[in-house]
Design a protein around this ligand. Structure first.
Ligand code: FUL
Length: 641
C-alpha cells in the first residue's frame, strides 16, 4: 500500500470527521429497473409464430391457427443455447403483428389453443418462461400493439383487448423484466375479415401513459422498450449498431412508439437530455427476424457477432440478438454453431483483465478519501469508483503495469447512479519516455470499449478531456483479443441471381435521367438507384420497369435490393411481378405481395415464385412505398428455377 492510501486508511479508522460526501448526481440517472437492465447487457430475442410456417416476415392476420405446429418444440434447448451464449434475458414474441397468440389467451380464439400443436393444450409463453427460470435467465414479453387479425384494431375497443392481454402476460408467467412495445403500426390487414387498410395516430391511439400504468402496477421492475421508452429506447436501426457516441440520455417527451423520422436521434441519444433512456440494439442473427430455411447459410458469422458486440455494448447500449426458432421449434444448428464461436472469442478476450496487479495513480482523488481512490477502477466491482473534488473536471489516471503488457481492447465504465458525467476522453500509451495518444472519443456511460491494434507498453493513461462535473469511473481494464479471433468475416452476403450482362431496360413508367436512371436498377451497383422522383416532382406508385433478359428461360424468383444510403424514401413495400415471352402480353402476375418490415430492416428481399415462370421479359411493379410518394430501387435480380 502506498503512503497516501495508508494515511487515508489510518485517518478513516481514526474516525476523522473530514470524510467527504460522494459527488452529487449529474443530470438524469437510471432507476432500479434500468440498473438491472444495464447489468444484463446481452439479451436474446425469440421471433416465433405463424410466420415461421408461412415463410413471411409480417403475417397478414388471416393465417389459420392450424398452421402453427412445431414438430419438436424444445424450450429447454432454446433457452440453454441462449444461456450458453451468455445472454441474461430472453424476450419472446408472444404476439407479433399477425395477432396469433403463443399462449391460450382468454380474450381471443386466435391462439395456440386452436392449433394442432399439443392438441391445443400447449403454451409457448409458459414453456419459455419456465425454462428461463430453470437456466437463471430473466424473461421479457413482446406484445405487438399492431394486430392485423383483430376486428376492432384501430377502434377504441381494441385498446381494451390489448390491455387485457398485457395483464394476462404480466400476471400469469412470473417475473417479467422487459416489455417490448414495437413501433410498427397500421396498414393492410385481415381485421376480422374486413381486409382493408387501417391507420391510427401513433401518438394518441394507444393512450400510452395509461398502458404503462399497467406495467408499473404489475411488474415494477420491468423496463419498457419503445422508440420513446419510457425506460429503454430503440437504437434507430435493426442492424445492431449504436451511434458513436451513443448517449444514455434523451429528451424523452419528444418520442413515442412509431414516432418516425427520428432514427438519427435515437441512434446517438441527446445530451444532456431530460431522462435516462439508454439504447437497445435489436438485430437478428439471420437476415430476417423469423426463421426461413432459405437463410440457413446466411447466418451471421462469429466474427460478425463480435463486431456487433463492440458496436452495441461497446458503445454503452445493450445487445438484443434474435435467435428465431425453426419449424421444429428449436434454434437451428447453424445459429448454435455461430453463437458458440462468438462466445469463445468474447470469453478468450475478457476472461483476463491485464491491468490486474497494476498501480492506479490519479492526478486527483476526491477529498483524498480511499472511498474514491484510483484503485477502484481495478477492483472489478461495479459499485465502487474513482472520483475527484467538485470542479476537477479534466483529471488523469495512470495504470502503472510494472512490465510491458500487450493489449488491444480497453474497457471503461462510469458509475451509473451518478449519471453520465464524461463528455470526452483520451487514452495514451507510454513510449520512449513520452505519452502518445492512441484513442479518443465522446461518452463513456454504461460501457465504452476501444478495440484496435496490439499495443505494448508499461503505462497507460486515461485523460478526461471534457466534462461538466468531476468524473466517477468504475472500470479501466485492458484485454487482449487473441490473433485467431481477428479475421474479418464476410459482411452482409447478397443473394446473387442470374448474370445481368445481356440485360436491357425496355421501358419504365418514369425515367428520372442522370442520378436516378432506370438502368441503375440492373447495373450490379447497389449504390446507384432508379427512382421515380425527378425535376417534375415525385411520381407516385404504382411504377413499373420492364427488363429484357436477352433470352427465353425459366425463372424461379426475383430479388429486390432497397436503397442503403440511410434514407428509406421510396422503398417498395408492396410489389407485383410479371413474366412475358414477348414483352407485350403479360397475363396474371407470377408473384404479388408485401415486403414485411422492409422500412425498419432494409435488406435484400428474395421472392420465390410459386412455380417457375417461363419467359424472356420481366416486369417489376412497385405498388406502394414505405416512405415518400415515389419508388426507389437499388437493384433488381432474377433467380434461376
Ligand atoms: C419491427 C417489427 O416490425 C419486426 O417484424 C420485428 O419484430 C422487429 C424486432 O421490430 O419493428
Amino acid at each position: 500500500m502506498n503512503l497516501q492510501r495508508w494515511l487515508v486508511a489510518a485517518m478513516m479508522m481514526a474516525g476523522a470527521a473530514w470524510a467527504v460526501e460522494p459527488p452529487a448526481p449529474y443530470g438524469p440517472v437510471p432507476n432500479a429497473a434500468q440498473l438491472n437492465w444495464h447489468a444484463g447487457d446481452f439479451i436474446g430475442f425469440l421471433h416465433f409464430t405463424v410466420n415461421t410456417f408461412t415463410d413471411r416476415e409480417w403475417g397478414l392476420g388471416d393465417e389459420p391457427e392450424s398452421i402453427f405446429n412445431p414438430t419438436e418444440f424444445d424450450a429447454d434447448q432454446i433457452v440453454r443455447v441462449a444461456a450458453e451464449a451468455g445472454m441474461k434475458r430472453l424476450i419472446l414474441t408472444c404476439k407479433h403483428h399477425d395477432g396469433f397468440c403463443l399462449w391460450p389467451s382468454k380474450f381471443t380464439e386466435h391462439s395456440v389453443k386452436n392449433s394442432p400443436w399439443k392438441n391445443g393444450k400447449g403454451d409457448v409463453v409458459r414453456e419459455i418462461s419456465d425454462a428461463c427460470k430453470k437456466y437463471g435467465l430473466q424473461f421479457g414479453t413482446y406484445l405487438s400493439p399492431w394486430d392485423r387479425n383483430h376486428k376492432d384494431y384501430a377502434r377504441p375497443e381494441y385498446l381494451t383487448y390489448y390491455r387485457n392481454q398485457l395483464r394476462e402476460l404480466l400476471t400469469n408467467y412470473g417475473p417479467v423484466t422487459e416489455v417490448w412495445f414495437d413501433g410498427a403500426n397500421g396498414g393492410d390487414g385481415y381485421y376480422g375479415g374486413a381486409r382493408e387498410r387501417r391507420k391510427i395516430d401513433n401518438k394518441t391511439y394507444y393512450d400510452w401513459p395509461n398502458t404503462w400504468k399497467i406495467v408499473y402496477e404489475l411488474q415494477p421492475l420491468a423496463c419498457m422498450f419503445s422508440d420513446g421508452g419510457p425506460e429503454v429506447r430503440w437504437v434507430g436501426n435493426e442492424r445492431g449498431i449504436a451511434g458513436d457516441p451513443c448517449w444514455a440520455t434523451m429528451n424523452r417527451d419528444n418520442y413515442y412508439p412509431g414516432v418516425g423520422g427520428v432514427n438519427a436521434q435515437l441512434n446517438r441519444g441527446e445530451r444532456p437530455g431530460t431522462h435516462w433512456l439508454p439504447a437497445e440494439c435489436d438485430v437478428s442473427i439471420r437476415p430476417g427476424w423469423f426463421y426461413h430455411a432459405k437463410e440457413d447459410d446466411r447466418v451471421r458469422t462469429p466474427e460478425n457477432l463480435v463486431d456487433l458486440y463492440y458496436k452495441s455494448i461497446g458503445r454503452g447500449a445493450n445487445f438484443l440478438l434474435n435467435l428465431p426458432p425453426d419449424r421444429r421449434g428449436k434454434v437451428h444448428e447453424n445459429d448454435v454453431k455461430s453463437l458458440q464461436g462468438f462466445r469463445k472469442i468474447i470469453d478468450a478476450t475478457f476472461a483476463r483483465d491485464l491491468a490486474q496487479g497494476a498501480q492506479a495513480v490519479a492526478s486527483h482523488v476526491r477529498g483524498n478519501d480511499a472511498r474514491f481512490a484510483a484503485a477502484h477502477v481495478l477492483d472489478g466491482k461495479g459499485d465502487t469508483y474513482w472520483s475527484c473534488d467538485d470542479g476537477v473536471t479534466t483529471p488523469e489516471l495512470v495504470l502503472e503495469l510494472g512490465k510491458a503488457v500487450t493489449f488491444n481492447v480497453v474497457s471503461l465504465r462510469e458509475f451509473l447512479p451518478l449519471g453520465q458525467r464524461v463528455d470526452d476522453w483520451a487514452l495514451d500509451r507510454w513510449a520512449n519516455g513520452a505519452w502518445v495518444e492512441f484513442a479518443s472519443g465522446s461518452a463513456i456511460g454504461p460501457r465504452r470499449l476501444w478495440r484496435g491494434d496490439n499495443i505494448t507498453t508499461e503505462k497507460v493513461r486515461l485523460r478526461i478531456t471534457k466534462a461538466p462535473v468531476c468524473p466517477a469511473i468504475s472500470e479501466f481494464a485492458l484485454h487482449l483479443e487473441p490473433d485467431w479471433a481477428r479475421k474479418t468475416g464476410p459482411g452482409e452476403q447478397l443473394v446473387r441471381g442470374l448474370t445481368k450482362s445481356n440485360w436491357q431496360v425496355v421501358s419504365s413508367s418514369f425515367e428520372a435521367g442522370r442520378g436516378g436512371a432506370a438502368r441503375n436498377a440492373i447495373d450490379d451497383d447497389p449504390k446507384t438507384l432508379w427512382h421515380t422522383h425527378g425535376p417534375k416532382g415525385e411520381q407516385a406508385p404504382p411504377q413499373f420497369i420492364v427488363i429484357d433478359t436477352g433470352k427465353e428461360q425459366e425463372f424461379g424468383g426475383c430479388t429486390y435490393l432497397p436503397r442503403s444510403d440511410g434514407t428509406t424514401r421510396g422503398i417498395v413495400d408492396q410489389y407485383e411481378i410479371f413474366v412475358s415471352a414477348d414483352g407485350q402480353v403479360w397475363g396474371a402476375p407470377v408473384a404479388k405481395g408485401e415486403f414485411g418490415n422492409i422500412k425498419a430492416n432494409p435488406i435484400q428481399q428474395v421472392v420465390t415464385f410459386a412455380k417457375p415462370a417461363k419467359g424472356r421479359f420481366v416486369k417489376f411493379v412497385g405498388l406502394h412505398s414505405a416512405d415518400g410518394n415515389h419508388i426507389s430501387v437499388a437493384e433488381l435480380g432474377l433467380l434461376a428455377k
